[in-house]
Design a protein around this ligand. Structure first.
Ligand code: ZN
Length: 469
């Protein structure tokens, strides 16, 4: 049930002004700690020195101790292939009787630097320019870790009788695809169990406008082979009456979209739900689409990205032009990748795609369809009590009603969290903004929004302590 987002902070002993000024007073120290984290090139990719992950885990563990955690451990579990996973920091402060437990997630590993020549400041040296802090991990996601650390310190210093259980889970391999994540969750299920999970690894809508990430698209993929001949033949001898595999594959591919560019596969979930929209010119600039290209689909751009399906061909087996000869190619295999709207079951989407493929008139060419991947979409429960509390907490420091935003991509580990902890309420928050350039050169953090993110999380924890969930 949705509860009223108005909350009498004074009557409930939550001193908003004191919490904000505590964070203001300590902000320089928080930035120094973030700077120390950014200085560690903790990259979980195989070709980088794994010692940096150990160093970063140890530094984060010390921060967790400074935030009043009773137990702090550095743990690791093997991935399915047997390779040992990166070190994660798990720290706990047990709940007082009757109080809920909140799991605070972030990751201490970062993306590789990419081409260092593209950076305007040193990659692993947090550098303040104007109101932003530049450096790899300054936003994604070392700032997420500092939000969880600094919010807890403020709450412990200022909220009397703080009894909410808090667990830190700072993973060390998110940017490498979290290979041991699922095994880690299952091995440490008891330690990680919580009533609310806050994932601080996403973005706000814009500088000055906070957001909760309330939906993520799912995905599925299939390999499709179209065959019109048993073997290759000379195009001069047989071309005309016989059409080759690539032409028939192209005919099939051309059936995937309607005239307006929307996905033509029948039976897929598509919705118009977005509260906000992107400016088309800005979207064009960010995407790099040609000025002459007419954008595909209908409705808000945000709905096309968050709440409607997308279909692309991401690979195709065909000889390169330099290796081409006058031959009718017997068959062509290609891979289709689809992004799916929240509410779409990926297995159903694959069935719909297969039905579509089998239905297109390809003059009797054979079509083989092999489903290869399926990942669930995510849709936040907007009526969940923690969602209301979080909206209130975000509105206080920013002074702006938070936006419910979607993401066109997926955060695969959210699906694992939902499966291992089906009863937990999940909130996806973050410190990034559209200019943060996470994963790219010149990654940065907006310092004003960072401070507000800490304030909001402290207020969220204080309110959960005052009135429960
Ligand atoms: Zn991240």
């Amino acid at each position: 049930m949705s509860k009223n987002t108005t909350f009498d902070a004074v009557a409930n002993g939550v001193d908003i002004t004191a919490l904000k000024s505590h964070i203001e007073t300590n902000f320089e120290k928080i930035l120094e700690e973030l700077t120390a984290l950014v200085a560690i090139p903790s990259i979980a990719w195989e070709s980088f020195d794994p010692q940096n992950l150990e160093k970063s885990a140890a530094t984060v563990a010390e921060l967790a101790k400074s935030a009043g955690m009773e137990t702090v451990e550095i743990l690791r579990e093997p991935a399915d292939n047997g390779a040992m996973g990166a070190p994660a920091v798990v720290a706990q402060r047990k709940a007082a009787p009757g109080k809920p437990t909140v799991l605070l997630y972030a990751h201490h590993d970062v993306q590789p630097p990419g081409n260092e020549a593209d950076w305007n400041t040193p990659v692993f040296e947090a550098t303040k320019v104007g109101d932003r802090l530049y450096g790899r991990g300054a936003a994604d996601d070392k700032a997420g870790i500092m939000v969880h650390i600094a919010a807890m310190r403020a709450v412990l210093d200022l909220v009397g009788d703080f009894g909410v259980g808090v667990t830190y889970f700072f993973e060390g391999e998110e940017e490498a695809g979290s290979p041991s994540f699922r095994n880690f969750l299952e091995a440490h299920q008891d330690k990680l169990a919580a009533d609310v999970i806050i994932v601080a690894d996403s973005s706000n809508w814009s500088v000055g406008t906070p957001a909760l990430t309330s939906s993520l698209r799912g995905m599925c993929a299939a390999e499709i082979t179209v065959r019109s001949l048993n073997h290759a033949v000379h195009s001069g001898m047989f071309g005309g009456p016989v059409l080759d595999g690539p032409i028939m594959a192209a005919k099939l591919i051309s059936s995937f979209h309607n005239e307006d560019g929307s996905v033509a596969v029948a039976g897929l979930v598509a919705n118009d739900l977005a509260e906000v929209d992107f400016d088309e010119a800005e979207f064009r600039r960010d995407s790099g689409v040609l000025d002459s290209f007419k954008l595909a689909g209908t409705g808000k751009i945000t709905d096309r990205l968050w709440n409607k399906p997308a279909l692309s061909v991401i690979g195709m087996d065909i000889p390169g032009v330099d290796h081409s000869s006058n031959t009718l190619l017997p068959a062509t295999r290609f891979k289709v990748s689809m992004r799916l709207a929240p509410g779409q079951n990926p297995a159903e989407a694959l069935k719909a795609l297969e039905a579509h493929v089998k239905n297109v008139d390809l003059r009797g060419a054979e079509v083989e369809f092999i489903a290869t991947e399926a990942g669930n979409a995510y849709k936040a429960d907007l009526d969940a009590s923690a969602n209301d509390t979080a909206r209130w907490a975000l509105e206080q420091p920013w002074g702006v009603v938070p936006v419910n935003m979607g993401l066109g991509g997926s955060i695969p580990f959210i699906g694992d969290l939902l499966e291992v902890f089906p009863k937990a309420q999940i909130l996806v928050t973050g410190v990034e903004d559209p200019d943060s350039r996470a994963h790219s050169a010149n990654e940065s953090l907006h310092l004003g929004d960072f401070q507000h993110a800490i304030e909001a999380e402290a207020l969220l924890l204080a309110r959960i302590n005052a009135e429960g969930l």
